[in-house]
Ligand binder design. Structure first.
Ligand code: GUN
Ligand code: FE
Length: 430
């Protein structure tokens, strides 16, 4: 593939310009679904065997596919629901919608629509909430496997403060989860995440179930929500009077570690920050969702200084776009509201290699290195008339990234490749 090529090898906020490689005239050589070589076109092209076909995407930007580290596939039908903040929003819109996922056929239909949206937005991997129903997980993994996608998902655990159709006994939850783990964890490119919804939905016994599942297999993930709104934080303090703070509820159940991804974490005390950093747990920052639900402003700078691992998520359906470009733009805005800057290359890192690292997938994905899985995308910096005008003024690759984040959306994604095969292509090019 001949194109301009950009990828990170490390984190720009830590190591500066050494963190990324940009080949303005680049070449990506893909063989058997993996990267064989990546570099400058002029150097690499003469070394290719004559049997290798060169696909010319000159004028386009080729990057690793985006990685969305927190998103709910069952919430696709209720995206952009009016007038509520987190706890009301869950009761009014989310729980009624999720009740429908007891039915496999409906779940499969939404899972397919969801994966279509990811691919058209250039997202090639994600950490995904299903619902409490095993059928919702079956449907999701079945759809993801058919498309050869690298996806992580799990059945939601909840046993209180929700409609009866979304609650189950801890004992049942344990066996159902074990069953799904056996069927899907490690199959093809799929992995399982133990997924307690959040502390208010879970009795202490159910959180212990999550802890035992994790203890039995260190390759499982933990995926949940943390300290998203102030009303939620107050509620958790009432429900768990023995805990030192919200995060401590999870720590006591044995849920924290390097494969634990907690969405939001906006309202955290000093003790919680230290616990996150000490356990190498990850916070998935979801700026679009935080703005939509009025949840608060994620203090990224403060967390980074404390050594907390951070990734980026859309959090659809509280997030209002599947686009990781728009999500980077919203992350920039959220930092602006706090008098800070998010540099374009750091935002790009969070959406690619940072996401791979958050999911312990940096060997497989995120930086187009030889041997890595060839999940990549082509971005058209002139996808709309306005983008084309602005692109003509672009001074650097960082400036191009910035304008794509602030002005771009799914129209920018010209093509999405999975394991070196075309999985989605924009219908009309201008
Ligand atoms: N907290 C508990 N459940 C949810 C959910 O579905 N979405 C968001 N944004 N926060 C939650
Ligand atoms: Fe969420």
């Amino acid at each position: 593939y001949r194109a301009s090529i950009l990828y990170c090898l490390d984190e720009p906020a830590r190591v500066g310009a050494a963190a990324y490689r940009y080949h303005e005239e680049g070449l990506l050589w893909v063989e058997n679904g993996r990267v064989r070589q990546v570099g400058d076109y002029a150097q690499l092209a003469p070394t290719l065997p004559t049997s290798v076909e060169i696909i010319d995407y000159s004028g386009y930007l080729l990057t690793p596919g985006f990685i969305d580290t927190h998103v709910h596939y069952p919430q696709l039908p209720m995206i952009a629901s009016y007038g509520a903040q987190l706890l009301d929003w869950l009761e009014t819109y989310t729980f009624p919608t999720e009740l429908g996922f007891a039915e496999y056929d409906y779940a499969l239909q939404i899972a397919e629509a969801f994966l279509d949206e990811l691919l058209r937005n250039g997202t090639t991997s994600a950490l995904v909430f299903a619902t409490v129903h095993p059928a919702s997980v079956e449907a999701f993994f079945t759809a993801a496997q058919a498309r050869k996608l690298r996806m992580i998902a799990g059945k939601v655990l909840m046993d209180r403060h929700a409609p009866a159709g979304l609650c189950e006994e801890p004992e049942t939850a344990y066996h159902t989860s074990q069953d799904l783990i056996q069927r899907w964890h490690g199959q093809a490119r799929l992995a399982y995440a133990v997924t307690p919804r959040f502390a208010p939905s879970c009795s202490p016994e159910l959180l212990d179930v999550a802890g035992s599942l994790l203890q039995a297999d260190s390759s499982l993930y933990l995926h949940t929500h943390l300290a998203e709104s102030t009303a939620e934080v107050r509620w958790v303090a009432e429900l768990f009077p023995g805990a030192q703070h919200y995060l401590d509820v999870y720590e006591r159940a044995g849920l924290l570690g390097a494969r634990s991804v907690l969405a939001h974490g906006i309202h955290l005390c000093e003790g919680a920050c230290q616990q996150l950093s000490r356990t190498s747990s990850v916070l998935a920052h979801c700026p679009s969702s935080n703005l939509f639900l009025g949840s608060g402003l994620f203090p990224m700078r403060r967390y980074q200084e404390q050594g907390i691992r951070i990734s980026l998520g859309t959090d659809v359906g509280a997030g209002t776009s599947f686009s990781m470009l728009k999500t980077q733009g919203d992350a920039y805005r959220v930092q602006q509201l706090q008098g800070e800057l998010l540099e374009p290359m750091q935002a790009f890192y969070l959406a690619t290699l940072g996401g791979a690292r958050a999911l312990a997938l940096e060997q497989q994905l995120g930086s187009l290195q030889p041997g890595q899985e060839a999940d990549f995308i082509l971005l058209d910096p002139q996808a709309t008339p306005l983008l084309a005008q602005r692109y003509a003024q672009s001074q650097s690759i960082a400036d191009t990234l910035f304008m794509l984040n602030l002005l771009g959306d799914d129209r920018v994604i010209a093509a999405t490749y999975i394991l070196g095969e075309l999985a989605w292509k924009r219908a009309v090019t201008c």
